[in-house]
Design a binder for this molecule. Sequence first.
Ligand SMILES: C[S@@+](CC[C@H](N)C(=O)[O-])C[C@H]1O[C@@H](n2cnc3c(N)ncnc32)[C@H](O)[C@@H]1O
Length: 273
Amino acid sequence: MTDKSEWQSRVGKSWAEAWQLTDRSFSGLTSQFLDMLTGMPGHTILDIGCGAGELSLAMARRRPEATVVGVDVSPDLIEAANARSASHPSVEFELGDAAVWSRPNFAPNLLVSRHGVMFFDDPVGAFTHLHTIAAPTARLAFTCFRWPHENAWIGGLAAIKGEGGSRSDPHAPGPFAFADPARVSGILTAAGWSGVRIEPLDFAYVAGTGEDPVADACTFFHLIGPLAPVLRSHEGEQRREAEQRLEAWLRNNSDDGLVAFQAAAWQVTARKG
Ligand SMILES: C[S@@+](CC[C@H](N)C(=O)[O-])C[C@H]1O[C@@H](n2cnc3c(N)ncnc32)[C@H](O)[C@@H]1O
């Protein structure tokens, strides 16, 4: 489980520190998602849970006439996004909870998110609010992870942690909260969105590249994902053992100068009205 308070503190800080690495890990997904977005109209764009702003900036580059606002609950990520966007006057980043955020005279006609919508405590309430602030013919498009068993890397990390990988509440806010397409469709429909389409999007989740991709991937998983807080909390022998297990697993998944894992996401679209 990763909830809003964790994004506002520890997890947001780590993602802000490692935004180049998280953008790289999602690069295969981002290119496919942006291609799909090309076919969706919209010039007043809201990026929900924008993080360090990569999707907002990509939308602004592709639609120079558009106004883009990225909203996120993490002060560290908003600071990172602002630092990146100095030369993009059509993009603004704002600290806020997308479940309740609004801005006077801003009615987005395209609402997008790259993996930023699975952390709401009350997803129906949040998507109802987003529906309310959206323009009358707005479109919604976001990505989210499919099931953990289709994303084998999460099982690998759980095994290194010494867990079976099962979650007590699969709907609790977190990276896999939107894995069930029937649940996602139910949430959006209950929130007033129509024409819900949910399609698979497969990509390579890149953890390490460069001269020493295993060391690079070790750095990545020390900062990002479920193993990071465990490694930080362990000391001495216990930590060394976990790091050895991580390195061996990464070595087994290293090929041709790359550590990458098969990853499985949904690409979800819907409309208002
Ligand atoms: C997995 S990260 C994705 C970040 C970014 N979209 C990207 O692709 O790099 C999830 C993001 O959602 C944000 N988030 C979580 N709950 C939120 C909320 N209620 N309102 C706004 N942002 C939220 C987190 O702070 C985090 O930046």
